[in-house]
Design a protein around this ligand. Structure first.
Ligand code: UTP
Length: 473
């Protein structure tokens, strides 16, 4: 019999029901179930059950919480000379090949409701380029600008790994060298019911889901990606999410600030647009940088203002980070007191009943465990937060409609293209939000940020008229 010790271990841990239908499965299905079970760290599940399930979700400790300091942009009172120094340092690191791009793309994207890996979702106004193509072209263009092609690491999930790889292969890696695009899967965690019992999805499979974007730190290590980076001389990772085509995947000032300050993990902030905006808040507690989620920060604090009338907890997190690779290794290896905490999310989880019949719950029937990457911040040395403009870095596609939807993201791209054109002397008609009444598009290969756009535009003769359908490629 194949590996009975796994079954015994599950029985000893009070999770023997996972194998309730085992004897009815064929040999291949038995092997698949055993392999899934072997992914599970039973001691970890036991610990999470005891800490996260035993009581109602513990309220977050807010003792001594104060807003985190951040580097202001030069035109918002920041130090222009420091920003210039940071940019030069970042450019030098890029020319030396020390930086790689890193995208977390293992999420389930349930809110968007799109069938397929989220990175294959079309987003640009005219050409309908996908999220993955936008990032690939930005990374390619940055490599050309700095004379050193970049590596790109993409974290997938079990569910979307094969489809993601196929998509890149079929699209010839969007012009990137395939040897520089690296895919790896993130880890999974089983869902449990409210009594801590691991849920089965079918008689032969466990209800498993990705372990959160925080799982990226473990996965970078387990997949051998960190070793590859070391061999390639990469020590700095530019981390961003798959849903945000506005992000400057490679931002020299951000990289440079991170390096000059000897930061192990750096983050970008935007000033919150309004008090209730649903973003995490950069705070300091006991001398450590932390992100407190909007759901954990009392509304009274979210609305608090300082003497000048500005929001006190102003700094919103937009999930853009720079990571030092040795820090990632240290976090991944864990050790005494060094590990990301898990969070519980109560969800509707498709499962089976005692007879093996499928159950589609109408209300949450269990718990998923996830890690968040920003929970690494308090473990990092010299963490740093810098300010960015929302319009330069952040317009995610989260929902099918409404806020953070394909529509808002398209409009924000159009505003960005129009702004770049205007700044460089073109005549562009826009409304007062900066939105043109027609669609234009700038390929990242033409311009992927203000500087690269300005250079390409300056070299263009004659200049095209800015009208509906203009594509700068
Ligand atoms: P979200 O928090 O938006 O979650 O992920 P999601 O799963 O993509 O979408 P919903 O909530 O189901 O609608 C933010 C980023 O983190 C990545 C996502 O791919 C996205 O880039 N992520 C999230 C992972 O890579 N793995 C995870 O387990 C969760």
């Amino acid at each position: 019999m194949a590996n009975p010790s796994i079954i015994e271990a599950f029985e000893r841990a009070g999770q023997g029901h996972v194998f309730a239908f085992y004897s009815k499965l064929d040999a291949a299905a038995q092997q698949r179930l055993l392999a899934e079970a072997a992914e599970i760290d039973l001691a970890e599940i036991d610990r999470l059950n005891r800490t996260l399930l035993s009581k109602a979700a513990a309220s977050v400790n807010l003792d001594g919480l104060v807003p985190a300091p951040y580097e202001k942009l030069p035109d918002k009172g920041g130090n222009a000379a420091e920003w210039a120094k940071a940019k030069a340092a970042g450019e030098a690191a890029l020319r030396a090949g020390r930086v790689a791009a890193f995208t977390v793309a293992g999420g389930q994207g349930t809110r968007l409701g799109y069938d397929g890996p989220k990175g294959t979702f079309p987003v640009t106004p005219l050409k309908k380029k996908t999220l993955f193509q936008v990032f690939a072209e930005k990374i390619l263009a940055a490599g050309r600008r700095y004379g050193k092609p970049l590596h790109w690491f993409i974290m997938t999930s079990h569910a979307n790994h094969a489809a993601t790889e196929t998509f890149f292969r079929e699209n010839r890696y969007f012009g990137m060298d395939s040897g520089r695009v690296h895919f790896f899967r993130q880890g999974r965690m089983p869902a449990v019911d409210f009594n801590g019992k691991i849920l089965l999805e079918t008689p032969g499979s466990i209800a498993m889901s990705p372990d959160g974007h925080g799982g990226s730190l473990r996965a970078l290590s387990r997949s051998g990606s960190l070793d590859l980076m070391k061999r390639e001389g990469i020590d700095t990772l530019s981390y961003f999410q798959v849903d945000n085509p506005l992000v400057r995947c490679i931002d020299p000032s951000f990289v440079g600030y991170h390096l000059l300050r000897k930061s192990e993990m750096s983050s970008k902030m935007i000033p919150k647009a309004y008090p209730e905006e649903r973003v995490g808040h950069f705070c300091v507690q006991n001398g450590k940088l932390v992100v407190v989620e909007y759901s954990d920060l009392p509304m009274e604090l979210q609305r608090q203002t300082d003497a000048s009338g500005q929001l006190r907890f102003l700094a919103g997190s937009i999930a853009i980070h720079i990571l030092d690779t040795e820090f990632v290794r240290r976090m991944a290896e864990g050790g005494e007191g060094v590990s990301l905490p898990f969070h519980r999310a109560d969800k509707k989880i498709a499962t089976i009943d005692a007879s093996g019949k499928a159950v589609k719950p109408e209300k949450p029937n269990g718990v998923k465990f996830e890690m968040f990457v920003f929970d690494a911040l308090p473990f990092s040395q010299h963490p740093l937060v810098i300010e960015t403009r929302r319009e330069d870095d952040f317009s995610p596609v989260k929902n099918a409609e409404g806020v953070d939807s394909p529509k808002t993201c398209r409009d924000d791209q159009l505003r960005q293209f129009a702004r770049w054109l205007k700044t460089n002397g073109a005549v562009v008609q826009t409304d007062k939000t900066g939105l043109p009444p027609f669609a234009v598009e700038v390929s990242p290969l033409f311009g992927y940020d203000e500087d690269s756009f300005a250079d390409s535009w300056a070299g263009l003769s004659p200049k095209p008229r800015v009208e509906d359908g203009l594509y700068l490629g």
